[in-house]
Design a protein around this ligand. Structure first.
Ligand code: AMP
Length: 249
C-alpha cells in the first residue's frame, strides 16, 4: 500500500510572529520556516506503517514555491521514499490545495492519505476534509490512533470530552492530532541519504485546476497587548476587587 502525505511549509512554531505594519499579512522576512508540526506527525505515522510492513511506499507532496523543497528533503530524511513539489508562487486557499491534491491522488492511487489536521499558520483545518469530499474517500479526522488491517483502517478520533473510533474502507483520508505519535528527529546519515532520494517538481498550472483564490485576506492583526496583572495581599482584597473593579461577582 502506498501512503501519500501532503506537507506544508510554515513558520517554525518557536518563532514569535510579527504582523506587517500595513496589517496585510504576517512578516516572513528572515523568519525560520519548518514543517508544519501536524505534518511531521503525519510523516511519522506513515513511516511507522511502512516499518511495520503495512505500507510499501511513502510519498510526500508539498504545494508552494521552490522553498518547500527544504521541507520535502526533511520529510525524506524522516523516512519518506519520494517527494513531489507542486510549484506555484500563488497564495492558494484550502479548496485549491485540496483540488491539486485530488489530482495527485488520481495519479498516485494511494491506499491512505495522511495529512495534518491543520496548518499552524492559517489554522484552516479544512484541506483533509475537502480532499475526502472531492475524492469520495472516507475521512477520519483528528486521529490519536490509526490501525490498518486488511482493507480497513480504524481511526480513534479526539473529540470534545472523549474519543470516537471509526472504521473506514481504504482508500481513506486521515488527519493527525497532536497525540498520535512523537515524531523522530532526522539523523545526520538520513539527512545525507535524503539528498539522493527522488524529488520531482511539477508546475501547479499543469494540473488543470483553477488557481484563482476565492478567499481574500482583508486584515491580519496581532492579539491585543495583555495588561499587567496586580498582586493582592489577601483573599478579602481579591473578593473586593472582583466585586467592585472587575464586577464579575
Ligand atoms: P489546513 O487545512 O490549511 O489547516 O491544512 C491541513 C493539512 O493540509 C496540512 O497539515 C497539510 O497536511 C495539508 N496542506 C495544507 N496546505 C498544503 C500545501 N500547500 N501543500 C501540501 N499540503 C498542504
Amino acid at each position: 500500500m502506498k501512503i501519500l502525505v501532503p506537507v506544508k511549509r510554515v513558520i517554525d512554531y518557536n518563532v514569535k510572529v510579527r504582523v506587517k505594519a500595513d496589517e496585510t499579512a504576517v512578516d516572513l522576512a528572515n523568519v525560520k520556516m519548518a514543517l508544519n508540526p501536524f505534518c511531521e506527525i503525519a510523516i511519522e505515522e506513515a513511516v511507522r506503517l511502512k516499518e511495520a510492513g503495512t505500507a510499501s511506499e511513502v510519498v510526500v507532496v508539498s504545494i508552494g514555491t521552490a522553498a518547500v523543497q527544504e521541507q520535502l528533503r526533511t520529510a525524506l530524511a524522516l523516512g519518506a521514499d519520494r517527494a513531489l513539489h507542486i510549484d506555484t508562487d500563488l497564495n492558494l486557499d484550502s479548496l485549491q490545495v485540496a483540488k491539486l491534491l485530488a489530482k495527485v491522488v488520481a495519479e498516485e492511487q494511494p491506499g491512505l492519505v495522511i495529512l495534518g489536521k491543520q496548518a499552524i499558520d492559517s489554522d484552516n483545518n479544512q484541506t483533509g476534509q475537502m480532499l475526502a469530499a472531492l475524492t469520495g474517500m472516507g475521512q477520519g479526522t483528528f486521529a490519536s490512533e490509526v490501525k490498518v488491517s486488511g482493507d480497513k483502517v480504524q481511526v480513534t478520533r479526539e473529540i470534545d470530552g472523549g474519543l470516537q473510533t471509526v472504521e473506514l474502507t481504504l482508500p481513506a483520508v486521515v488527519s493527525t492530532d497532536l497525540r498520535l505519535n512523537e515524531p523522530r528527529y532526522a539523523s545526520l546519515p538520513n539527512i545525507m541519504k535524503a539528498k539522493k532520494k527522488p524529488l520531482e517538481t511539477k508546475a501547479a498550472d499543469s494540473y488543470g485546476v483553477g488557481l484563482n483564490s476565492k478567499v481574500k485576506v482583508l486584515k491580519v492583526a496581532a492579539p491585543a497587548v495583555r495588561q499587567g496583572g496586580v498582586t493582592v495581599a489577601s483573599v478579602a482584597e481579591l473578593v473586593e476587587k472582583l466585586k467592585h473593579e472587575a464586577k464579575v461577582i
